[in-house]
Design a binder for this molecule. Structure first.
Ligand code: NDP
Length: 473
């Protein structure tokens, strides 16, 4: 079994005890990872704090070029990272519509390079005979990054690269379900960056809590569930830490009656089912007009029945297993609620009888708002298709949910769709697309989907505080 260390102050660290990481395609462990504790958190934060004064003074050009070196390390090690991601998450190397571990490593490289080239300009507010007023962006100090299991490496990159680029030092805690690719990245980074600039502690339970309540941490960036996000917000309040919280969503997609169902269904299917629906901004509630409802349900079911489900290491696999047994249980419970609440399976509905945590790609008809599968985020390969008759009313129904990450409108009339999309209460609204993100466009949630944004200059600014400098004349 492969063994993985923690990294503190540029050194590999072992704790004397380990925990196992399970491959969800087999249900069997494939790696051993260090069981860190509160003292490792203290050491890592102390190392990051000590490294901050010199790292924050490194020239902008030098920090940009070191970030490019990190991107190169990802590229040089792409096959190994892809294999680790597939083993720890279950996602295929290629995957449905190319959404797999290749995309995760490629995206990590792309985001790193784009962010490396960003600049934080000094804003001059006034420059006259009375005074010159400049607005400067300054790094915050030690940033704690807590990452989930669905896109472990890419989300770590989204957290860490803007933090480093803007002059902060970091302590990372990956999800205990999926730490291995992130650990390898930090191993490469420890050879590129000065000691203490990037640190990583692994472990369960107490490690996250100790990190997010540590008085020397200035900011927490967290991606994961809303309940954990709320707990982290409480921990952060003691020392008024800055926060970016990306807490997932229950994204609605509204299909207007003017679409060609056969044409849009494959794209909608990909938006719902890529990575088995385990993506924060996957489409999770699909509202379809009554005139096209049956056709859409049948077309989506046909696509679901044709998907190749299997071990992500095998060529041609489009969907792998659900990432962990707890999540499989959540999805199974939601499936059990379907018929009780008046829903009907068009396809799927059951765990697949084989090793690992596999579930059939599932399309559900006849449910409405107020049922568990519609109101709660399933985070799995199960999609409720909901019938509507009135367009104004469906927007209100889509907005009824307490989450607000993304939303979409599908139509052949893009102007009309854009007007409706702007009425959706969510941080990202798409027309004829869903979940499409890119490194230069801000991404974040409203309502209980989170606080703040990631990506681009907007995202970079979140790792800084403003200092206003007034020079009287
Ligand atoms: P959690 O949000 O509970 O955990 C995510 C990360 O937070 C893990 O690294 C976890 O580590 C850490 N964590 C948990 N509690 C604390 C704490 N008090 N302080 C600091 N860190 C903490 O996600 P789960 O894995 O339990 O998944 C549950 C649900 O979250 C899913 O069903 C899904 O709905 C949603 N989810 C959303 C994601 C998104 O992209 N927004 C991604 C993954 C899941 P540890 O376990 O060691 O405490």
């Amino acid at each position: 079994m492969q063994e993985f260390n923690m990294f503190i102050n540029g050194e590999a660290v072992q704790s004397g005890s380990t925990f196992e990481v399970v491959n969800p395609a087999t249900g069997k462990p494939f790696a051993q990872v260090q069981q860190g504790n509160v003292s490792h958190v203290d050491q890592a934060v102390a190392a990051a704090k000590a490294a901050f004064p010199s790292w924050s003074k490194v020239s902008d050009d030098k920090r940009a070029s070191l970030c490019h070196a990190l991107a190169n390390s990802l590229e040089d090690n792409m096959p190994e990272l892809m294999e680790l991601i597939t083993k720890e998450t279950g996602k295929p190397m290629g995957g449905l519509n190319g959404v797999g571990s290749g995309m995760e490593v490629g995206g990590s490289m792309g985001w790193t390079r784009f962010t490396a080239d960003l600049q934080l300009p000094v804003d001059v507010i006034q420059d006259n005979e009375e005074a010159r007023i400049e607005v400067h962006r300054k790094p915050l100090g030690v940033v704690a990054s807590i990452t989930p299991w669905n896109w472990p490496l890419m989300i770590a990159i989204w957290h860490v690269i803007p933090a480093l680029r803007s002059g902060n030092t970091v302590v990372m805690k990956p999800s205990p379900f999926t730490p291995t690719a992130t650990i390898r990245f930090v191993e490469f980074a420890s050879k590129i960056l000065p000691a203490g600039v990037i640190n990583l502690v692994t472990g369960e339970g107490e490690v996250g809590e100790a990190l997010t309540s540590h008085p020397d941490v200035s900011k927490i960036v967290f991606t994961g569930s809303t309940p954990t996000g709320k707990r982290i917000m409480q921990s952060a309040s003691a020392s008024l830490k800055r926060l970016t919280l990306e807490l997932g969503g229950n994204d609605a997609g509204i299909v207007l009656p003017d679409v060609d169902v056969k044409e849009v269904a494959p794209k909608i299917f990909g938006a719902c089912f890529h990575n088995n629906g385990q993506t924060c901004a996957a489409l999770k509630r699909l509202y379809v007009h009554e005139s096209q409802y049956d056709e859409m349900c049948e077309t989506l079911a046909h696509l679901a029945n044709g998907v190749v489900v299997g071990d992500g290491l095998e060529e041609g696999t489009e969907l792998g297993p659900i990432q962990n047994e707890d999540q499989l249980k959540i999805v199974s419970e939601m499936a059990e609620s379907v018929e009780r609440e008046g829903g009907r399976f068009i396809c799927g509905g059951k765990r697949i009888d084989r090793d690992g945590f596999f579930f059939e790609p599932t399309v559900v008809a006849d449910l409405s708002d107020g049922s568990r599968l519609v109101d709660e985020e399933p985070f799995g390969p199960i999609l409720p298709v909901i019938k509507y008759s009135d367009i104004d009313e469906v927007v209100a129904r889509a907005n009824q949910n307490d989450r607000g990450l993304g939303g979409s409108v599908w139509s052949s009339d893009t102007e009309k769709a854009a007007r409706l999309a702007q009425q959706l209460e969510c941080g990202s609204a798409w027309v004829n697309d869903h979940g499409a993100i890119q490194p230069d466009a801000p991404f974040g949630g409203v309502k209980q989907s989170g606080l703040g944004v990631e990506f681009g200059l907007y995202g970079l600014e979140e790792y800084t505080s403003i200092q206003t400098l007034k020079i009287a004349r």
